[in-house]
Design a binder for this molecule. Sequence first.
Ligand code: ADP
Ligand code: ASP
Ligand code: MG
Length: 437
Amino acid sequence: MKIKVAKFGGTSLADAIQIAKVKKIIMADPARRYIVPSAPGKSAIYDVKVTDLLYGLENAIEKGDDYLPFYRQIYSRFIDIKQQLGLETNIESELEKILRDLLNGEGVDYAASRGEYLNGMLIADYLGYTFIDAAEVILFDKRGKYDEKATERVLSDRLSHLEHAVIPGFYGSMPNGSIKTFSRGGSDVTGAIVSAAVRADLYENWTDVSGFYMADPRIVKHAKKVESVTYRELRELSYMGAAVLHEDSIFPVYKYAIPINVRNTNEPETPGTMIIPTIENYDGPPVTGIAGKKNFTIISIEKNGMNSELGFGRKVLACIEKYGIPFEHMPSSIDTLCVVLEDAKVKDNINDIVDDIHRTCEPDSVEIVRNLALIATVGKRMRESIGTAAALFTALAKANINIRMIDQGSSEMNIIVGVKNEDFERTMNAIHDAFAL
Ligand code: ADP
Ligand code: ASP
Ligand code: MG
């Protein structure tokens, strides 16, 4: 029999009504054996994610502020689910223990992870499935890096004895037993890890949209749905802001070529989008998707003869590395080099960095451009199709958008443009409309 792993996101599990829908979906297909839930997210009734309340609770305790408003909200979210679904789990004592642990100094990762932990317990009870605490099966090393080998061994062994199980998303544990979370949205990563461990035939990622759209539907209202996306395209797009799937969801399933199906909990009859290793003989449109983020800074350096100066790029990057700042892109031409950095990471050090560049690289000029948005246009067929770049730039010219930077990624699968923050939404719409045929 086929095995499917089904991960449900925060909005899909926000309250008892949503969880009841999820049970229907799970029961409709016996292959849906391993379930990975998120913490309750936003819904029609609630406008805050439980994970955010948990971060707030920990922060208030740490600062010595009044933490009870956070605790009461978290408490009532879980009690409502329990009562409305008629469950027996003693969630009250779990909640009380969590508060005690936090008052005794348990840290922020422990706090954040409790939304998935408690929701997982309730959902396991509701489905009649075994609950597995992710701390026992999702393992990080002592530096806090995800330990793929150890996890696969422990998790595969544990699940091989179970017909059905609920494994909460987003967290695991370090060798000393302390809880460690992935970055935000990390339940997607847990879903992929569980899929790899059981060699699933399909990883279903159930969310609140009917699949992957050419652009974020919150920004491009009429965004076109995409039928299939390759792993590599998805990674480029999710890294650049297409938040529907965490960018690290691909690594675990890559090895076993497990397809991911993004589906809508509120519209289970629609097939959603398939995310697959590669598409053989693909001859569809050149652009698969557009994604972007705001708030970048460009350091633009000019120096005559830069191209023949040995080690110039390295010296520039060393000035930035000194402050522990990673760079996003580095487009260059014969006498100029630009380094693109996140505003938030660079804002305290920008003057020192520019001074260092002047001292060590002796450029002719250094210019800083702030408040820039980056937009990536991604497509596996872009490298073979003539005129994609021309169509993109024509669309932006027609919309009267000034491009501050262009970078064609070395994968030749994307073109990145930098525009002013205030032009971000217009740029996304203009590029979408130029390629959504
Ligand atoms: P979940 O809680 O189910 O994990 P997320 O909020 O993390 O859901 O991701 C789903 C959201 O991703 C959608 O509601 C949508 O607003 C956003 N999104 C951003 N880019 C895209 C895109 N290209 N296609 C579909 N959804 C997108
Ligand atoms: N609950 C976590 C978050 O809000 C993880 C997830 O939903 O994937 O980031
Ligand atoms: Mg998510």
